[in-house]
Design a binder for this molecule. Structure first.
Ligand SMILES: Cc1cc2nc3c(=O)[nH]c(=O)nc-3n(C[C@H](O)[C@H](O)[C@H](O)COP(=O)(O)O)c2cc1C
Length: 296
């Protein structure tokens, strides 16, 4: 398959849209901006990238504050007006039936109602980058409306977030026991991450432990974050006195375990291994086990 490479490839990003409010000599103003993103959790910092010709940048340079109002799906008219005119031409906020204003909490600049997020910011950094200026604001007050859905912008058109996409996971219907086993070791984690070894003999797979209540199908372990998973696995198997030679390249199996309406996501990083010495302690199971069948 050949990939298309449009000459204006930079126009193919997808973004959200914010309405940046500011105040200046012409009074309060609003502009539309797609180049807006959170760049730190603590403190919460938001970077906005604004062109030199705008009224907004003059206002922010003067007052050192601005509002980031993340547009919701019902706000295409507000965004088009905020982005289609300059505050140097018209008082956009005074146009009838377009914007609903919210009183700010910690800054003097008014905010826009009906947005998904309203963040009041104090300017902490300004830097010219290419043909735009990066303005970084420290958030001094922030609100979020759970009932609103964000507006998405792509190639000059507006979109909604109407479906979620499971990122390449296979569904695995499992029994209650199996489900509970993985759910318990996940401790409420959204994704349980495991690293393991698939060791095959004829049409069977080496199983480390197998009783009626607890089992580990393919030897697996949860390596601590930041640790090299293969090395950790090697040490783990050596500790269990298992003589297994592990291959270098793993495969990734991403499952959604399902039991009734409950789900648990699991990422298995699976290495192939070869048993160098058979030991009586571990048993071989056929591939029909409900987890094994989904992993190999
Ligand atoms: C959807 C949309 C997104 C925009 N994103 C940006 C942006 O990220 N940065 C920017 O400088 N201008 C952006 N603009 C253009 C400004 O909103 C526009 O120049 C506006 O008139 C500036 O208003 P002001 O002069 O009142 O500040 C965007 C316009 C639209 C319609």
């Amino acid at each position: 398959m050949t990939r298309k490479s449009p000459s204006k490839a930079e126009r193919y990003f997808s973004t959200g849209i914010s309405m940046i409010t500011s105040s200046g000599t012409n009074g309060p103003n609003v502009m539309a901006a797609e180049w807006v993103m959170q760049i730190s959790y603590s403190p919460v910092l938001i970077a906005v990238f604004i062109h030199r010709g705008s009224q907004t940048i003059k206002n922010i340079e003067k007052t050192k504050e601005f509002g980031v109002n993340v547009a919701s799906q019902g706000q295409t008219i507000e965004v088009s007006v905020a982005g289609g005119y300059s505050g140097s031409e018209i008082d956009k906020l005074k146009i009838k039936n377009v914007f609903s204003i919210l009183k700010p909490h910690k800054i003097k600049t008014p905010m826009i109602a009906n947005c998904t997020i309203n963040a009041e910011c104090k300017l902490v950094r300004k830097e010219k980058l290419g043909d735009h200026v990066m303005l970084v604001g420290k958030v001094v007050h922030m609100e979020h409306d759970e009932t609103k859905r964000p507006l998405i912008y792509h190639r000059g058109r507006y979109f909604g977030l109407d479906s979620t996409i499971e990122p390449g996971r296979e569904n695995a219907q499992v029994s209650k026991d199996t489900f509970e086993f993985f759910k318990n070791i996940a401790h409420g984690k959204f994704v349980l991450k495991c690293v393991g070894v698939v060791t095959e003999l004829d049409d069977k797979i080496l199983v480390m432990k197998w009783t009626n209540s607890t089992f580990e199908t393919i030897p697996f372990v949860m390596s601590p974050p930041g640790k090299n998973q293969r090395e950790y696995l090697k040490r783990y198997l050596a500790g269990m006195k298992m003589h297994i030679k592990i291959e270098k390249e793993p495969t990734m199996k991403r499952l959604v375990l399902k039991n009734g309406t409950e789900i648990q996501r699991i990422n298995f990083v699976l290495f192939k291994g070869k048993c160098t010495k058979l030991t009586e302690k571990y048993s071989w199971k056929t591939k029909h086990d409900e987890i094994i069948v989904n992993l190999v």
